[in-house]
Design a protein around this ligand. Structure first.
Ligand code: HEC
Ligand code: HEC
Length: 297
């Protein structure tokens, strides 16, 4: 196991402190030597991991970031995050985030979300309904900031200029908020929407064209949107096991339900193609900054 940077820092501090005491105590001198031996630079750790076959083979888009930054717990600076927010194409083709999110005044900046300062990022969307877009120190994968960078709007390929509040969208939202029951309303009004092309916008396939059973392939994420049981069971029930399947409906709470999130939220920057990698290296770095506590200095 390579040492994290903070462990190394502690070790070198212990080693230094021990050196002073060493003049007085032979016992300490021996332990200082032992600590010194354990110290490895980042480059040394990398070489050792290569020798031990611990560097994963390439494949993932964020391979380099995973192997050389995340695994070694290199602290991500706010300065870098600020650069990302101000740079075009930072997460895939598109204009910079701060062109559209640069103030907490919702008349000038979408959702009153200010991604141009650290304070603004932590404050989140200030237009009603107000909410934070991540929580420092936690995994942000399912929080608005990172999911907007990773999750494609459904049906896959649906672009941002199609409304997310059509009568059919509202039928799904209300069904979730009123408990997601297998009742007459569901069978007559909601289930057919998942099975019909163009239900949520023009020239779009039915959800069940891609999510029709719990076998992948052909069904993306082993998600079956063709029955009530399948919808409530959720995604990846074979890969993860039925008990750990990813719930896509939280009865009574549409905003936490992945089905509603995927129907109503556009991936950022708007217009980005769904084929653009979802694990962009800079998305991984942004998520790591948040996990590390979203420090502003
Ligand atoms: C061309 C303008 C534009 C750009 C560029 C843009 N956004 Fe957005 N963003 C929007 C709009 C419009 C909305 C609100 C509509 C919606 O929810 O899709 C939004 C919503 C969001 C939200 C949801 C806030 C909430 O209420 O939870 C987040 C998070 C977000 N954007 C992040 C980003 C990030 C990160 C980038 C840079 C990769 C970015 N946006 C680039 C226009 C933009
Ligand atoms: C053309 C194929 C296609 C269609 C049509 C489609 N999806 Fe998807 N769906 C995908 C893919 C691919 C993913 C993988 C994640 C991504 O791209 O964001 C996905 C992911 C999802 C997820 C997330 C599952 C998870 O494990 O978190 C949900 C929920 C979802 N789709 C719902 C829907 C709904 C509802 C519809 C219809 C409105 C729909 N999909 C239509 C291809 C499709």
């Amino acid at each position: 196991m390579p040492f994290s940077l903070s462990t190394k820092l502690r070790l070198s501090q212990i080693a230094k402190a021990s050196c002073v005491v060493a003049a007085l105590s032979v016992g300490f001198a021996i332990s200082a030597q032992a600590q010194e031996k354990k110290y490895m630079s980042l480059a040394d750790q990398m070489i050792q991991d290569m020798k031990d076959g611990k560097i994963a083979p390439p494949g993932a888009e964020d391979h380099v970031v995973q192997e050389l930054i995340i695994k070694r717990n290199i602290p991500i600076t706010y300065k870098y995050i600020n650069t990302l927010m101000n740079t075009p194409n930072a997460f895939g083709p598109g204009v910079a985030c701060t062109v559209c999110h640069n103030s907490n005044d919702p008349s000038k900046s979408y959702r009153g979300l200010d991604l141009s300062t650290c304070k603004g990022m932590i404050e989140g969307a200030t237009e009603k309904p107000k909410h934070v877009v991540f929580t420092p120190g936690t995994n942000p994968k399912r929080d608005p900031l990172v999911r907007r960078l990773r999750n494609n709007r459904m049906p896959l390929g649906m672009s941002f200029d199609n409304p997310t509040y059509t009568a059919n969208h509202i039928l799904v939202k209300n069904w979730i908020d009123s408990g997601a029951k297998n009742d007459d309303n569901f069978q007559k009004n909601v289930l057919p929407l998942f099975k019909t092309a163009n239900a949520f916008g023009p020239e779009s396939p039915a959800c069940t064209a891609c999510h029709m059973s719990n076998q992948e392939p052909p069904s993306f994420h082993e998600l079956n949107l063709s029955t009530h049981a399948g919808i409530l069971l959720g995604a990846d029930s074979i890969a993860k096991g039925v008990d750990k399947a990813t719930k896509v409906i939280i009865p009574g709470n549409s905003s936490l339900s992945f089905v509603w999130q995927h129907l109503s939220e556009d991936r950022m920057p708007p217009g980005i193609a769904p084929s653009e990698p979802r694990d962009h290296p800079n998305t991984t770095i942004l998520a790591t900054w948040i996990k590390q506590g979203a420090k502003c200095d």
